[in-house]
Design a protein around this ligand. Structure first.
Ligand code: NAP
Length: 356
């Protein structure tokens, strides 16, 4: 029987995020992993030979694929999910867009470019309209669509309903980030077991600038960044998956705890996402227990696409404080890219035949 699903390629398929793409796309109703690509260390081997698989069983159809080099001559798919190292994404992703491919990127390189959408679909799917400007200005037929740093994603989803209703002016936040956020093999065991590392290279600057873009307003073909200021402390902790973020927020109009709680519980996000294959039933699950969210208990909320929020209360310095947690390689990386691609299929920007 012929498979009518859209063939896609995964660039950086052997890494932590690349493997998450492969797990999430196994049995996906719209997309089929047709090609896998990685560095020259892996190219030419079978995917099974090239990859130290981290979680569960490797899908057998992907295990047999030959790993390709990450270049436009070798990789043919029109839709390309990129989980490449930032050191190479800067050169390779534009080459794919120039060759007419749709690149859904997890790398940091282009997130802040004025013509590149930085999207969490429940929060700012409308920013995908920047693709038209990007094509016009860069003269290419393809596109680069990015998703955010994983800790920024956790915080931005939790903040979205509050910013929409009450206008956030200040954010003070502290992250406790899982080891899988550092890729594979990631942080050496002796550095992280029984320890906390109060530094993650380049993480705080990313967090301090990305959330204003995502929670910004689309005006014509430009995003006007949200006018709040962010101070972030980023920490690596001995947790496998799931970034936890403690947030203190100030608002234009201070809501009561009850008003803020209602805003969070009622928020369903952009309706464009509803019913898409990877969308969670609700983007935020609020937990009333005083000791939640916890990565061990909550990380797979909404098949890893949910953001779990709790501990909303008065803040004696700013206005309110809360805790948010989500899965860094699913919600904060591969799952968000796939949901972006699903929106692009649902709106016709990616044709069901795989071209655009
Ligand atoms: P990773 O485990 O270190 O994987 C990196 C991948 O990039 C591997 O597949 C590697 O292939 C490939 N690669 C390295 N050098 C290459 C080259 N010269 N040409 C082509 N491919 C090359 O890293 P990761 O955690 O999956 O992260 C991937 C990207 O997603 C990064 O840009 C990261 O910042 C971003 N991100 C990660 C997370 C997270 O939670 N982990 C969240 C959001 C965003 P080989 O195996 O052949 O070396």
């Amino acid at each position: 029987m012929s498979d009518s699903r859209i063939p896609v390629a995964i660039l950086g398929a052997t890494g932590a995020v690349g493997q998450t793409f492969i797990r999430l796309l196994d049995g996906h109703p719209w997309f089929r992993v047709a090609e896998v690509a990685a560095s020259e260390r892996s190219a030419g081997k079978s995917y099974a030979e090239a990859t130290r698989w981290i979680e569960g069983n490797m899908p057998t159809d992907v295990a047999a694929l030959r790993v390709l080099p990450c270049d436009v001559a070798s990789v043919k798919s029109a839709v390309v999910f990129s989980a490449m190292d930032a050191a190479v994404a800067g050169e390779m992703e534009p080459a794919f867009a120039r060759a007419g491919r749709f690149v859904l990127s997890n790398a940091k390189n282009f997130r802040m470019d004025a013509d590149v959408p930085l999207v969490i679909p429940e929060v700012n799917a409308s920013h995908l309209a920047l693709i038209a400007r990007q094509r016009r200005e860069r003269g290419w037929n393809g596109a680069i669509v990015t998703n955010a740093n994983c800790a920024s994603t956790t915080a931005a989803v939790a903040m979205a309903p509050l910013h929409e209703r009450f206008g956030i002016t200040k954010v003070f936040m502290m992250t406790m980030q899982a080891v899988s956020g550092a890729g594979y093999p990631g942080v050496p065991t002796l550095d992280i077991l029984g320890n906390v590392i109060p530094y993650i290279g380049d993480e705080e600057p990313k967090i301090e600038r990305e959330m204003q873009k995502m929670l910004g307003r689309l005006d014509g073909d430009a995003v006007i960044s949200a006018p709040f200021v962010v101070s972030a402390h980023a920490n690596r902790v001995p947790v496998e998956n799931g970034h936890t973020v403690c947030l203190s927020l100030a608002f234009e109009t201070k809501p009561t705890v009850a008003q803020a709680l209602a805003a969070i519980k009622e928020w369903t996000g952009d309706p464009i996402v509803r019913g898409l294959p990877s969308a969670p039933a609700m983007p935020i699950r609020y937990r009333d227990e005083p000791d939640r969210p916890q990565p061990r208990r909550d990380v797979m909320e909404g098949r890893g696409m949910g953001t779990v929020v709790g501990r909303l209360r008065e803040d004696p310095i700013l206005h309110l404080k809360l805790v948010a947690m989500s899965h860094n390689t699913i919600r904060g990386a591969a799952g968000c890219s796939i949901l972006n691609a699903e929106v692009l299929v649902a709106t016709g920007a990616i044709a069901r035949g795989g071209t655009q």
